[in-house]
Design a binder for this molecule. Sequence first.
Ligand code: CP3
Length: 362
Amino acid sequence: MTSTTEFPPLQNDLLLRAARGEKTERAPVWVMRQAGRYLPEFREVRKSHEFFEVCRTPDLAMEVTLQPIRRYKGLLDASIIFSDILVVPQAMGMEVLMNPGPSFPEPLDVPADVEKLRKEVDVNKELGYVFEAITQTRKGLEGVVPLIGFCGAPWTLFSYMIEGGGSKTLQKAKTWLFKYPEESKALLHRIAVVCVDFLVGQVKAGAQLLQVFDSWAGELSPHDFDRFSFPTLQYIAKTVRQRLAEAGLPDVPLTLFAKGANYALKKLADESGYDVLGLDWCIDPAEARRIVGDKVALQGNMDPNVLYGGREAIEQTVKRMSAAFSGKGGWIANLGHGITPGVDPEDMRWFLECVHKYSSSG
Ligand code: CP3
């Protein structure tokens, strides 16, 4: 296995310093889904390669991961490995298609269906292609910016595995929670165990920060988030840190993006064990900072749709956001969710330029 010393030295550590809570000379900036369909060069690759083929082919995953880094040279402060949260359900034995949204031909209908999942998941065997892509991409980056690894949170993955795709109501996933709470907790834990192995493997392969995406956290009541999602998120942070220490691997910063869980910010800051909390745009930055104090760094949180509002709207929003976040503990500028396919790449550039201009903490 590659040791981190074989990688080129890191030239820009703004992301890592901000994640550790340091005030930085300006905010590091990256964008969720920065390698995505808004980029013509990404659409070009996708013309001849299926989505999961790109994920599974280290050369292609590296190519699309590097696309935004090349295009926005000097403006992006992080890269994120091109993959998907749904590679974990695949590793657990489920079939997942992307056409164009995710779809599972055989979702888990009832608890007995859990028997169909792999009992023991060997992440090196099932997800070794992600580790290879990470090692190769970290080399390909030549130390220009750090590389982020990620996984989906158990509750979000559980929802996809039961719903069989996206859902407006999460009725099936919630039927499980309320009808079969013990079986639900067991499955959530089983997913968390795979997430831990997967995240540790990503650090071993070269990831320099890890982000957990709980995209559906906001669909739960505070009480149910506490019962079903929070314990698995906490378990992942604690166990990943233990395992990294035991293996003598770097103690990388951990980010949690629990979309819509602003109701849980205080508890997440105090007890979840993550260094950085990602915010969606539904909370005011100053309010978020007041709630979390100096316990964690914050990441976010411009509404991605502001990118459709033109230069003036983007500039004013970044200016306001920067004033509210800057100088008060670590801040990583980002959108409040992923960039969407219709954005003009030049408007994305303008967003990045505005962050550079307005975010210096003085
Ligand atoms: O640039 C990056 O951020 C890294 C790559 C990345 C992708 N998906 C690529 C992708 C990351 C970090 C993800 C995470 C992911 N995937 C999440 C969590 C973040 C979030 O958005 O809430 C979720 C819920 C998924 C599941 C998923 N994958 C969905 C719902 C979709 C379809 C949505 C859409 O945009 O159509 C995907 C597909 C997907 N994953 C695309 C990309 C670039 C677009 C599909 C394509 O290329 O055809």
